[in-house]
Design a protein around this ligand. Structure first.
Ligand SMILES: [Zn+2]
Length: 116
């Protein structure tokens, strides 16, 4: 059922994957940098306000890193679905996900109706 004019979904997925890999690398460097600076200063979170700030920053950076990593998993799963031939099909109702939705969210696994 291909009309030949539709853009290859793998292009959009790979493009996003590359962006996410980039974000993961930067977040990881950030987390490691903060960890190093915490170690270097031998700070005490309870009594040193700067230590508490660093701990908070590390927590934020780690959360963003985890978020980027889970996004990478979602994109990889979507690429797997392209290969398996199940890409663009709602996992709830089995109907095709509208192209406009896939354009906005290439890794969508559900139609608009079953999105949440
Ligand atoms: Zn559906």
């Amino acid at each position: 059922m291909s009309d030949g004019a539709a853009p290859d979904p793998q292009d959009a997925l790979r493009e996003r994957l590359a962006m996410v890999e980039d974000r993961i690398a930067r977040q990881r460097a950030l987390v490691e940098g903060i960890v190093d600076s915490v170690r270097g200063e031998n700070v005490d979170d309870e009594h040193d306000p700067e230590g508490a700030t660093l701990a908070w920053e590390r927590q934020q950076a780690a959360a963003l890193l985890a978020e980027a990593e889970s996004e990478r998993e979602v994109l990889r799963a979507a690429l797997d679905r392209v290969v398996a031939g199940t890409y663009g099909v709602c996992e709830v109702c089995g109907r095709a996900i509208p192209a406009a939705r896939l354009a906005a969210r290439p890794a969508a696994t559900r139609c608009v109706e079953h999105a949440r």
